[in-house]
Ligand binder design. Structure first.
Ligand code: NAP
Ligand code: HSE
Length: 438
């Protein structure tokens, strides 16, 4: 026998509108979509014209009213931001209502508190839409890849910056020009700083890391660099060297000797990174996202698709709703949570210091164009145990040369030590840029 599910929607912006479009048009979709009744919708301004037709009586400014409504069993939170989103999610949980949210900012910062409250209340908080837009990645990490020991996650997980980088590279447009287009398309966050400064990607990699490695991490410790400072000269040089530049979010298990540590050490970062043109992530363009996972025994798998926008994100929100609807068809006692669907952590993880993160590097130096300069640079790198993969001199003018160094894998600490020594050389005019290299 089917059981109808009362849904309360908090937010009717880009994502909320996409969700309503699916709920209003159930034909051709899974039959459970028809079982979902949209009961109330909370917005800031009920008078505002919307992208979908909804009965005026459904709309309210009072978000608590949506949660309190006895006909509402599941809450969709798509208002964004930290507060009042956190408070509203906690209230829904306290009333025994499951929650579906696309809000990575709140989950990356308050995920532990929310997961604990949900487990105690016997309800689900599902977050498929919080990472990767329409790409199924949260459930695969919890379920389909559950038998693996995950080694590394490398992701392009911000659609706005990937869209910006793609159009900057292909059409030579400025970052500001493309950002405006991305905002009009509904990809960017309400405050686009979160996108361009890498904060949104840092939220998302924190969430993925917690799921992949089994324990939450401290979001504020993630090494985070955005694309605002990215120089188009570096994009051009990267291209000549056989690379493209992507904003990569990486979470990697660090192997420290053979002793078993109580807490798992991880290196987690978000940085503009040179990606070799032959790497699968180099082919991810526009608003698309991709998450490349290395695990044992699965090997390498890549999840790819549209990372932002109304339709893709709503697709993920509705998938979570269907999971909850499906379970409620089977079992009215939500206290027995499915452990593979509910959030669970089973160990502690900690982040290693930034100086201990190991990566390849792209470094562009401005130097005097004199004999012996490249030799001196090479010596300092060598003395600091930094192995150089290639060193190339680019444009020269007024006796000045641009020298690009690509290193092998080395700790950030050693590179910083070498760069300090190199900067002190009288022939060096400055370190123009320093990017990660995959
Ligand atoms: P949005 O277009 O700005 O919509 C936000 C909605 O929430 C609006 O309807 C707004 O009401 C309502 N709202 C916000 N604060 C409110 C408050 N204090 N009281 C009452 N109503 C409030 O945002 P969005 O792009 O849909 O994003 C929603 C969430 O999904 C965010 O957490 C975002 O990070 C996440 N997300 C977005 C995307 C995407 O592609 N856009 C993709 C993945 C995840 P009014 O309409 O009346 O102003
Ligand atoms: N602003 C985000 C992005 C939305 O551009 O990826 C999807 O989370």
């Amino acid at each position: 026998m089917s059981k109808r599910i009362g849904v309360g929607l908090l937010g009717l912006g880009t994502v909320g509108t996409g969700v309503v479009e699916i709920l209003q048009n159930p034909e051709g979709r899974h039959p459970l979509v028809k079982e979902l009744d949209l009961i109330r919708i909370g917005v800031r301004d009920p008078e505002r014209k919307r992208g979908v037709e909804v009965k005026k009586s459904l709309l309210t400014k009072n978000l608590e009213e949506v949660i309190d409504d006895p006909k509402v069993q599941v809450i969709i939170e798509v208002i964004g931001g930290i507060e009042p989103a956190r408070k509203l999610i906690m209230k829904a949980i306290s009333l025994g209502k499951s929650v579906v949210t696309a809000n990575k900012a709140v989950i990356a910062r308050h995920g532990e508190e929310i997961a604990l409250a949900a487990a105690n209340a016997g309800v689900y908080v599902l977050i498929e839409a919080a990472v990767g837009g329409g790409i199924p990645i949260i459930e695969p990490l919890k379920q389909s890849l559950g038998g693996n020991k995950i080694q590394k996650i490398t992701g392009i997980i911000n659609g706005t910056t990937n869209y910006i980088l793609t159009r900057m590279t292909k059409e030579g447009m400025s970052c500001e020009e493309v950002l405006k287009i991305a905002q009009n398309l509904g990809y960017a966050e309400a405050d686009p700083t979160a996108d361009v400064d890498g904060l949104d990607a840092a939220d998302k990699i924190s969430i993925l890391s917690g799921l992949a490695f089994g324990g939450p991490i401290n979001r504020s410790e993630v090494l985070t660099k955005g694309i605002k400072q990215l120089n188009s000269q570096d994009v051009a040089y990267a291209n000549q060297l056989g690379y493209c530049v992507k904003l990569l979010a990486i979470a990697e298990r660090i192997l420290k000797g053979s002793q078993k540590e109580q807490s798992l050490p991880l290196a987690v970062s978000v940085q503009p990174t040179l990606v070799p043109n032959h790497h699968p992530l180099a082919g991810v363009h526009g608003v698309n996202n991709a998450i490349f996972i290395e695990g044992n025994p699965v090997g390498r798998v890549m999840f790819y698709g549209p990372g932002a926008g109304a339709g893709p994100t709503a697709s993920a929100v509705v998938a979570d709703l269907l999971n909850i609807a499906g379970i409620s068809q089977l079992n009215s006692n939500h206290k027995n949570l499915d452990p593979l669907l509910a959030a669970s952590s089973w160990r502690t993880c900690h982040l290693v210091k930034t100086s201990e993160i190991i990566q390849r590097n792209y470094i562009r130096l401005k130097a005097e164009d004199n004999p012996g300069v490249i030799g001196k640079i090479g010596s300092h790198f060598g003395e600091c145990d930094v192995s150089i993969q290639s060193i190339v001199q680019f444009d020269t003018s007024n006796k000045e040369a641009e020298i690009v160094v690509i290193t092998h894998q080395v700790s950030n600490g050693k590179v910083q030590e070498a760069l300090m020594r190199i900067t002190a050389l009288k022939e060096i005019k400055g370190i123009e840029s320093h990017l990660a290299c995959l």
